[in-house]
Design a protein around this ligand. Structure first.
Ligand SMILES: C[S@@+](CC[C@H](N)C(=O)[O-])C[C@H]1O[C@@H](n2cnc3c(N)ncnc32)[C@H](O)[C@@H]1O
Length: 228
């Protein structure tokens, strides 16, 4: 028998469990059998989520009360992990991604709340400089596997540039990206990276500082800060 979850039918969904070892919680993430890139969990999101967990192992308060913005959340693995580690997270994506993202938030809401965290989802299309997100203050921005088509490179750079920065408050950005082997993808990444380094300091996090089971030579992890 099929059940409906809002506009989503349970026949189209399957779930994946992701353990957050340091707080002994398990996220349940619904994916869709068929759909666009926002319907599956990408490896780059696991690398970033597990990196946040690795930092929290060293510094247990790293995310407590931290205001986090996630761009291109997809199913929300990174943002939901941050929220379960105590952060106040705004997960964002295109309008069509929001029903499944919101289902994943409500599925994990109780665990997140029990850890003092919070998660909501809002629409944010990259390059939309009128979005209210640009007026809000964040301490951290996270994004996984968002550099993958040409038309999005410039709008994504614009969104990163137009976040709410002040002299005293500059959110730190953590980005993961899978390095795909096609000429188009390499050119895209080089273009994005060049534009990024015009306005941001970029530091590559070495693999040996990442989670020992969730790292890969094919996935780059960057810590990024605005030049001011
Ligand atoms: C490859 S998926 C990665 C999803 C998720 N971060 C992960 O790693 O599992 C890229 C995400 O970017 C979102 N996206 C693509 N273009 C976008 C745009 N112009 N504005 C906002 N989000 C966009 C897609 O909907 C999708 O969720």
């Amino acid at each position: 028998m099929s059940h409906r979850r809002g506009s989503l039918s349970s026949n189209d969904l399957f779930s994946r469990e992701i353990d957050i070892e340091i707080c002994l919680k398990t996220l349940k993430i619904y994916q869709k059998l068929e759909g666009d890139v926002n319907c599956v969990v990408w490896d780059a999101s696991l690398v970033l989520a597990k990196y946040l967990e690795t930092i929290c192992q060293e510094k247990p308060d790293f995310l407590s009360g931290t205001r986090v913005l996630e761009l291109g959340s997809g199913l929300g693995v990174v943002g939901l992990t941050a929220a379960t580690l105590g952060a106040q997270v705004t997960l964002t994506d295109l309008p069509e991604a929001l029903p499944l993202l919101r289902l994943n938030i409500s599925e994990n809401k109780q665990k997140i709340g029990s850890m003092g965290g919070y998660a909501i989802a809002e629409v944010l299309e990259w390059g939309d400089n009128n979005s209210d997100i640009h007026k809000q203050e964040f301490d951290m921005v996270v994004l996984a596997d968002c550099v993958y088509y040409e038309d999005a490179v410039e709008p994504l750079i614009q969104t990163l540039q137009n976040l709410n920065y002040t002299i005293l408050k500059k959110p730190t950005i953590y980005l993961t990206q899978e390095m795909r082997d096609t000429e188009v993808q390499k050119r895209l990444w080089n273009d994005f990276y060049e534009k990024l380094t015009d306005n941001f300091h970029v530091q590559k996090i070495p693999e040996d500082e990442q989670h020992m089971n969730y790292r890969s030579p094919d996935i780059v992890l960057l810590k990024i800060n605005r030049k001011l």
